[in-house]
Design a protein around this ligand. Structure first.
Ligand SMILES: Nc1ncnc2c1ncn2[C@@H]1O[C@H](COP(=O)(O)OP(=O)(O)OP(=O)(O)O)[C@@H](O)[C@H]1O
Length: 294
C-alpha cells in the first residue's frame, strides 16, 4: 500500500521555484529519508504533505487523502515533529503531553512516551528549564503521542548528544517495527544510513536520486579502496575486485596484511558528489520575497 504519492508537485515563492515537478512514492511501513542541501525544497515538500502549505500544481495523496482538503480524522492519523519547538515554557512535559493526548482517539500513554524519549527526569519540570536536546525530545514525544500511522520528522536529532541520538534511533526502529510509516528529513547522513529503507536526494526542488542507502548513486558497485601498511608506509589502491587484491597482498606479505582496511565511498561521499552541481545554484537563485503563509 502506498502511504504517500506525489505527482508533478510544483511550489513557487514569488519567482523562486522551491519544488519543481517532483514525483515520489512512499510505501506504508517504510522509513524514507529526504536528503538535500539547505534550500533544496525539503521543508516545503514536507509541509505540503502535512497540509500546512498549499501547492501550485501537481497531485498529492497522503494516507489516501489530499492534505490540502483533509479533515481532522486524517490529521489524527499523522504525527509531526517540526524543526523548532513551541513556546510553552510554563508547562511541564507531562502536562503538555497529557493535554495533547486528549486530542487523539487512541493515544499512547504519557508515561510510555516520556520513557520512549528518555525524559523521565524532566517530566515534571518546567519546559523553560529544559536543554535544547531535551526540548527536541519533547517535540518527538509530542509527535508520537497520538500513535500516528505516518510520522513526519524534520531534523529530529538536531541538538542531541551522541547517546541521545543512538537512543532516538532505537525509538525510530521500534516505531518502524510496529508498522509506522516515517518520513525523515535530516542533514545527518549516518542517521539516514542507519534508519532509512530508502533515501531520496533533492536539490533545487528536483529529485536527483532515489534508492536504498547502500545503492544510492551506484555506491555498491563503485571501486573499493584497499589500504595497508608496508615497509613503515601507508599504501592504498583502488579496485573493483578488492577480495582478489587482499588475497594477492596476503600471499605477497606472507599471511596477515598489516593494518588492512577495505572501504567504499560513504553515503556522505556519494551524497556530496550528487549535490555538487547544485549547491551554488541554490544560493545564487534565492529569491528575497517572503511568503509568510501560503
Ligand atoms: N515562506 C517562504 N517565502 C519565500 N521563499 C521561501 C519560503 N520558504 C522557503 N522559501 C525558499 O524556498 C526554497 C526551499 O526552501 P525549503 O525551506 O523548502 O528548503 P529546505 O530543503 O527545507 O532547506 P533547509 O535544509 O535549510 O531546511 C529556498 O530557496 C527558500 O529560500
Amino acid at each position: 500500500m502506498t502511504a504517500i504519492s506525489v505527482r508533478g508537485l510544483v511550489k513557487d515563492y514569488g519567482t523562486k521555484r522551491a519544488v519543481a515537478d517532483l514525483d515520489l512514492d512512499i510505501e506504508a511501513g517504510e522509513v524514507f529519508s529526504l536528503l538535500g542541501p539547505n534550500g533544496a525544497g525539503k521543508t516545503t515538500t514536507v509541509e505540503i504533505l502535512e497540509g500546512f502549505r498549499t501547492r501550485d500544481s501537481g497531485e498529492v495523496s497522503v494516507l489516501g487523502e489530499d492534505p490540502q482538503s483533509a479533515n481532522r480524522l486524517w490529521r489524527n492519523r499523522i504525527g509531526i515533529v517540526l524543526q523548532s519547538s513551541s513556546g510553552l515554557d510554563l508547562l511541564t512535559p507531562r502536562e503538555i503531553l497529557a493535554s495533547t493526548a486528549r486530542t487523539y482517539s487512541t493515544p499512547r500513554t504519557v508515561d510510555e512516551v516520556i520513557a520512549a524519549v528518555g525524559l523521565e527526569e524532566k517530566a515534571d519540570a518546567r519546559i523553560a528549564g529544559l536543554s535544547g536536546g531535551q526540548r527536541r525530545r519533547l517535540d518527538v514525544a509530542l509527535g508520537i503521542i497520538g500513535r500516528p500511522e505516518l510520522l513526519f520528522l524534520d531534523e529530529p536529532t538536531t541538538g542531541f548528544d551522541p547517546q541521545a541520538r543512538r537512543d532516538f534511533w532505537g525509538l525510530i526502529r521500534s516505531l518502524a517495527a510496529e508498522g509506522t510509516t516515517i518520513l525523515l528529513t535530516t542533514h545527518y547522513l549516518d542517521e539516514a544510513e542507519q534508519l532509512a529503507d530508502r533515501v531520496g536526494v533533492i536539490a533545487a526542488g528536483t529529485l536527483l536520486a532515489l534508492d536504498t542507502p547502500a545503492n544510492l548513486g551506484g555506491r555498491a558497485s563503485e571501486e573499493a579502496t584497499v589500504s595497508w601498511t608496508e615497509g613503515g608506509r601507508r599504501r592504498s589502491l583502488r579496485s573493483a575486485t578488492p577480495t582478489l587484491e587482499v588475497a594477492r597482498l596476503s600471499q605477497r606479505l606472507g599471511g596477515e596484511v598489516p593494518e588492512l582496511a577495505v572501504s567504499r565511498p560513504s553515503l556522505e561521499d556519494t551524497y556530496l558528489s550528487l549535490i555538487a552541481p547544485h549547491v551554488n545554484d541554490a544560493a545564487a537563485t534565492t529569491d528575497t520575497s517572503m511568503e509568510v503563509m501560503a
